[in-house]
Design a protein around this ligand. Structure first.
Ligand code: HEM
Length: 396
């Protein structure tokens, strides 16, 4: 995994007086282990993705995913009622060219991403790192352009699990492209730390694909009686929070700021945080009252969203208090933003649920809003942290 690089070395001029190094938030071996784990998953899933759509063109082509999925979760969940096998084959046939290019480009991108996070390659072969970076971005943009074509062609009822999954895929699509473009702009401005953090966000969103499939296998084994449809919604709710949480942790790892002595940066003031949290509490109460009055069921989407958001909130709170204990004001300020971000998911939920109820049913609108709300506030939190980092760096 890459180590943070001082932006000064990349052309920024240091200005301020006494500086003390900000301690690394992760133990030195942890990033390497995380990188190894992510690399293993990407290198195993990449070829499975690349191969995914071949059977739509050649009858005799092997279909690795179907073989693995059926062998692990069994025929009923993999091919029975509520499975993608039964529901999606027609849609896949209809958009097979877009799906082929999407699965091959996105599969290639996650495999290539692994090498881009290697410090050794970046330091010893900077030109190769830049060339591979360009290829990676082309693959990502190709994968997302074909995903967009697929989504437009198939419409909200054509994706697996209908509108909720459709809305989630759109948010992933937009978020991935946005993070990729911002990462490119950051490196053009020689903001190494923000470039690394934004590429980590971009990769985290892409990583949702292998993570989802891994969850389908794990949850599928743990809940053999559930349908794939239920498992997919539960996995999507958990994966959304998990990948963005991972991106927030990576952005701390790539933070190369040095702490000006005595300064207490406040990304959001206590008053603003209090007001935002109060608004979020009102929004959450309104959503809960409507939820109960319309008789919404407590299903896998809600359980997945609430439990993963609660776990992330607890982790942010813990990390913020640990940062305060070691007097790391910069880390504490970052964690506070991430904590407020996850605590405010009620706000986009309260806004998007009624809006999405116009094109979709009330239930589909709720599931769509619940799947996308954490992504909205968590991404905003990461972008606010990076924006603030930029202004501290240019002031430092
Ligand atoms: C992060 C942005 C991504 C978006 C917006 C996206 C979008 C889509 C869409 C719209 C479908 C069709 C789903 C359906 O019919 O219900 C799909 C399927 C698929 N995608 Fe992606 N995708 C993304 C990332 C990836 C990545 C990174 C990979 C590979 C590593 C990948 C591999 C696949 C595969 C193999 C399928 C086939 C269907 C399946 O396994 O369920 N996707 N994707």
């Amino acid at each position: 995994m890459t180590q943070p690089q001082p932006d000064q070395a990349a052309g920024k001029s240091p200005r301020s007086a006494p500086i003390v190094p900000s301690p690394q938030p992760l133990a030195t071996s942890a990033p390497r282990l995380v990188w190894l784990l992510l690399a293993t998953i990407c290198l195993i899933y990449g070829p499975i993705s690349i191969n995914f759509a071949w059977h739509l063109f050649l009858d005799k082509a092997p279909w690795l995913w179907d073989l693995i999925y059926t062998a692990i979760v069994g025929q009923r969940q993999a091919r029975g009622p509520g499975s993608a096998f039964l529901r999606q084959e027609q849609a896949y046939e209809l958009s097979r060219v877009a799906l082929l290019v999407h699965t091959m480009a996105a599969g290639g991108a996650v495999m290539l991403a692994v090498s881009q996070f290697s410090t050794r390659l970046r330091i010893r072969r900077p030109r190769l790192h830049r060339t591979l970076g360009r290829v990676y971005l082309i693959l990502v943009l190709t994968g997302m352009a074909t995903a967009t074509a697929y989504l437009l062609q198939i419409g909200p009822y054509g994706t697996f699990d209908g509108p909720p999954f459709y809305m989630l895929l759109w948010s992933l699509d937009v978020g991935t492209v946005l993070a990729g473009i911002l990462a490119l702009l950051a490196i053009r401005r020689r903001e190494t730390s923000n470039h690394q953090s934004l590429i980590a966000l971009n990769f985290a969103l892409l990583f949702s694909a292998p993570l989802l499939r891994l969850q389908w296998l794990v949850f599928g084994v743990l809940a053999p009686d559930a349908t794939q449809s239920t498992i997919v919604l539960l996995s999507a709710a958990v994966a959304g929070v998990a990948v963005l949480g991972g991106a927030a942790i990576a952005s701390r790892h790539f933070d190369n700021r040095r702490r000006p002595g005595g300064e207490r940066p406040e990304i959001i003031s206590s008053g603003a945080a209090r007001n935002t949290l109060a608004l979020a509490a009102v929004a959450a109460i309104c959503v809960s009252v409507v939820f109960i009055s319309v008789g919404e069921p407590v299903d896998s989407t809600l359980v997945g969203t609430v439990s993963s958001a609660a776990a992330w909130l607890a982790l942010c709170t813990l990390m913020e208090s640990r940062a305060r204990q070691r007097r790391d004001a910069l880390a504490a300020a970052d964690w506070r933003v991430h904590r407020v971000a996850i605590a405010t998911i009620g706000i986009p939920l309260a806004i998007s649920w009624p809006l999405l109820s116009i094109p979709f049913s009330v239930h589909q609108a709720f599931e769509s809003a619940a799947l996308t709300a954490p992504g909205i506030t968590m991404t905003l939190g990461i972008l606010i942290v990076l924006w603030q980092r930029r202004s501290i760096q240019s002031a430092g």
